[in-house]
Design a protein around this ligand. Structure first.
Ligand code: MN
Length: 251
């Protein structure tokens, strides 16, 4: 089995190293990841600049490809040029920080997985950890590895693109696994307004994960309650209920 590992935190991120180590038990692992951090670039691709690709040594041995682009770029160039064959599985992560609710749309981690699905990869998984500091990637990688193994064992006909979010807890403290829907509620955002050393005002988006009034069946709520959240994703953004109501526009 050929596995492509990528991320949005950059090829030297500890979350990617942990995932790489873990997945090597499952098959041949190729790493193609951004050369610098690309968090929150969403599904951006590079059109006005070329992609430079460099070999990069990986923690645990071997080499990966560092790409001067976005996570979606990495998946595209991996499949088109760098890998010896189409991957059976693409795993993106492990991201430092959760990707639940509306953040799924901003996430480079998730976009790498959806890009894989768009390109016909049958199994794509984005993995994110609910921590910005003191992240236990060793535990997260072990838990993710087991989940992915179970996913691979399940028979199914549909391609699979999963958004997995892991609590940053010891394994014994994780409450279980919840299949969830993506929360769509508005984030409680604010901008920090600061003054730079030249006395010019600047702004910095803060509170990127604040959310109130959660529905219990959502990714957000499951993760907050200490469960592993698994949300199946699809890149079709059509709002089907609106289709019928808009038929009059066709006349
Ligand atoms: Mn990130």
């Amino acid at each position: 089995m050929l596995i492509l590992v990528t991320n949005d935190d950059g090829i030297y991120a500890p979350g990617l190293a942990a995932l790489y180590q873990e997945l090597r038990d499952l098959g041949k692992v190729a790493v193609v990841a951004p050369e610098s951090e690309q968090s929150a670039v969403g599904h951006a691709i590079s059109l006005s600049t070329p992609l430079r690709v460099k070999k990069a040594p990986l923690v645990g041995g071997g080499f990966g490809w560092a790409v001067s682009g976005t996570p979606a770029d990495c998946v595209k160039i991996a499949l088109a040029e760098l890998l010896p064959a189409a991957p059976d599985l693409v795993v993106s992560g492990i991201n430092l920080g959760p990707n639940v609710g509306i953040n799924v749309l901003y996430s480079g981690t998730v976009s790498a997985a959806t890009e894989a699905a768009i390109l016909g990869v049958k199994q794509a998984v984005a993995v994110s950890l609910n921590a910005y500091k003191d992240a236990d990637f060793a535990t997260a990688a072990r838990v993710a590895g087991r989940l992915i193994t179970r996913m691979l064992e399940q028979p199914r006909s549909e391609p699979l693109c999963l958004n997995v979010n892991l609590p940053n807890l010891p394994e014994s403290a994780i409450k279980g696994v919840r299949l969830t829907r993506q929360d769509t509620g508005r984030l409680v955002e604010r901008f920090d307004c600061r003054v730079d050393p030249r006395e010019r005002v600047y702004y910095w988006l803060a509170g990127i994960n604040d959310r109130q009034g959660l529905d219990p069946d959502t990714d957000y709520a499951a993760l907050e309650a200490g469960y592993i959240s698994i949300t199946p994703l699809h890149h079709d953004l059509t709002h089907y209920p609106s289709l019928e109501g808009l038929r009059g526009l066709e006349k």
